[in-house]
Design a protein around this ligand. Structure first.
Ligand code: SF4
Ligand code: SF4
Length: 114
């Protein structure tokens, strides 16, 4: 899978995303294992309105990368989730949720839920 040119985008495509219960469990597990100082620093970052609560402004990347939701993994690679900076990478079959979302990250679930 081609890497997308995300460095320098400053989380442009990282907004509220749907999240399933299974994905919430994975995120909780990752945050539970994260050093407390690191978690607090990530939580307290100031973000633009609408930017995902887990986007790491300091390192310009996802702050929960290994536990990011499926839609984030598919973004830029599925034909219905096209990255405008590299549309030619969106060659995969259309993304479909594996199960009904439990809600929207940053809207229905915020830091206090983790
Ligand atoms: S997927 Fe595309 S829009 Fe999103 S951060 Fe990467 S290059 Fe930027
Ligand atoms: S979970 Fe990570 S990849 Fe997904 S929108 Fe948030 S910061 Fe971006």
């Amino acid at each position: 899978m081609d890497a997308l040119p995300c460095q320098g985008c400053r989380g442009l495509c990282c907004g509220p995303v749907p999240v399933t219960n299974k994905e919430l469990r994975a995120i909780r597990k990752l945050l539970g294992a994260m050093p407390r100082r690191r978690r607090i620093a990530l939580e307290q970052q100031e973000r633009f309105f609408g930017t995902c609560m887990f986007y790491d402004q300091d390192s310009d990347k996802c702050g929960i990368h290994s536990a990011r939701p499926d839609v984030c993994r598919a973004f830029g690679h599925s034909s219905n989730l096209v990255c405008f900076r590299r549309p030619e990478s969106a060659t995969g079959s259309p993304w479909q949720a594996s199960s009904d979302p439990a809600g929207i990250l940053s809207v229905d679930f915020t830091w206090k839920d983790f």
